[in-house]
Write a protein that binds this ligand. Structure first.
Ligand code: ZN
Length: 430
């Protein structure tokens, strides 16, 4: 249970009141202090007094990544320059980086949210936290570091890469918590395995963030490192950075800190809210962010709200792990398919590995076909292929409402890459 960094409210009724108050504050603040938002509201013909209830949020215009880029270098700035004490920026592979500004209060709020993550993951001041993430202009290093110090655990700011040093630190400093991306966790796990260090290290928990992970990959990391706890931490530069929620020990679903922001889930095509529990795009509105407030910010990330209460006792709402990007969604035979859903099904099939491709083809009969090509697990015999094919076919048919063609290929047959592996091949346009 949360003790020191508990929510600012005690139950869902109080949460609603708190969110309404924060929403009114944010809209007034942005309208009064930011030329960007003033113009945006004027164009939409609205004034801040439009917000009377939480439902009125839907009357506000959306903002997007292109607003961050067009309003560069201080997008959506809503405080005087003198009140900004720090900036961060996204890694941005194309064009201008997305810059976010912070006041002292913004940094304090972010730190407190992040401390709540460490607390929910069960850390204590005895923990030694190896922070194996990027330090620099992006949010990861600074976020993990500041909160770790505030929390009172010991920070080991080892940064990204340098496996040799990571191995030495794991062993010598008796690291108990490893913070990193899932890809890095896998690299560390394989290296520990290769060197036979598993019994010499003291790792107990992994806090991994910022990329979509399959259950199979997580299981592999935990097995190789001999850890029993793995927490997912979401992180979006525009929304403070990492630490705005955490999965708890009961499931892979993420409790999000709804006392700091409102999360809407919308249909990316119609822009209307989806029914509770349905998959849609995550849209953020902050409740007390001063320098760069977010108002209906479309993240393009896909998730769904988990409607059942969590057995851990934390009443803060939950969403599923990120299921991909709305840009990755494809439509086949009139059905919207999110690759993340197929990922989850394949991960629960015991005879196949984590590598797969989805190929979309239009055949001579004029119909569209979805081919799922997946690798056989390393230890599995070819004799099991028919059973795997039938199982995957049935699961996809039931859960996604599309009958796929399933192909099982040899282990290591599909290409691998360190970063984003291309998995969807839509050949229908040719
Ligand atoms: Zn929980």
């Amino acid at each position: 249970m949360l003790v020191r960094f508990q929510p600012q409210v005690n139950n869902l009724t109080e949460l609603n009141e708190h969110q309404l108050k924060g929403l009114k504050w944010t809209v007034n603040h942005a309208h009064k202090n930011s030329t960007f938002f003033k113009e945006k509201f004027n164009q939409a013909g609205i004034t801040p007094d439009i917000i009377k209830s939480l439902d009125d949020l839907r009357k506000l215009p959306f903002t997007t990544a292109s607003d961050f880029r067009s309003d560069y270098p201080y997008p959506m700035r809503s405080v005087a320059h003198a009140d900004i004490i720090r900036i961060h920026a996204s890694s941005g592979t194309t064009g201008k980086r997305k810059v976010a500004c912070y006041t002292q209060k913004d940094i304090d709020d972010w730190r407190d949210m992040f401390c709540r993550c460490y607390e929910m993951a069960g850390l204590t001041r005895e923990d030694r936290v190896q922070i194996c993430v990027g330090y620099g202009v992006w949010t990861a290093g600074a976020g993990f570091q500041l909160a770790c110090e505030q929390f009172g655990a010991m920070a080991i700011p080892s940064g990204m890469g340098n496996l040799e040093m990571q191995m030495t630190f794991l062993e010598d400093f008796e690291t108990s918590v490893l913070c990193c991306t899932a890809s890095m966790a896998l690299l560390v796990a394989q290296e520990v395995n290769k060197r036979g260090l598993r019994d010499k290290i003291h790792l107990k928990k992994i806090i991994a963030g910022s990329e979509r992970t399959s259950p199979a990959m997580k299981a592999k990391i935990m097995e190789l490192l001999g850890v029993e706890e793995y927490y997912d931490i979401p992180g979006l530069t525009e929304l403070y950075g990492p630490g705005t929620g955490l999965s708890c020990s009961f499931s892979e679903n993420i409790h999000y800190w709804a006392d700091y922001y409102i999360l809407e889930i919308i249909n990316p095509d119609t822009l209307e809210p989806v029914a509770p529990g349905e998959i849609g795009e995550m849209v953020y509105t902050t409740l007390g962010k001063e320098a760069t407030p977010l108002i209906r910010y479309r993240s393009r990330d896909l998730t769904r709200i988990i409607t059942e209460p969590c057995p851990c006792g934390c009443f803060l709402p939950r969403h599923s792990p990120i299921l991909g990007r709305s840009d990755d969604m494809f439509v086949i035979r009139g059905v919207n398919v999110y690759p993340g859903e197929i990922d989850i099904i394949l991960s629960s099939c015991k005879n196949v590995g984590s590598e797969y491709q989805i190929i979309l083809e239009r055949k001579d009969d004029g119909k569209d076909y979805m081919i799922i090509r997946v690798e056989r697990d390393k230890q599995t015999e070819t004799a099991a292929d028919q059973e795997s094919r039938d199982w995957i076919h049935e699961q996809v048919r039931q859960k996604i409402m599309v009958s796929p063609i399933v192909e099982i290929v040899d282990y290591n047959k599909l290409p691998r890459s360190e970063r984003k592996t291309k998995r969807i091949f839509d050949n229908r346009k040719i």
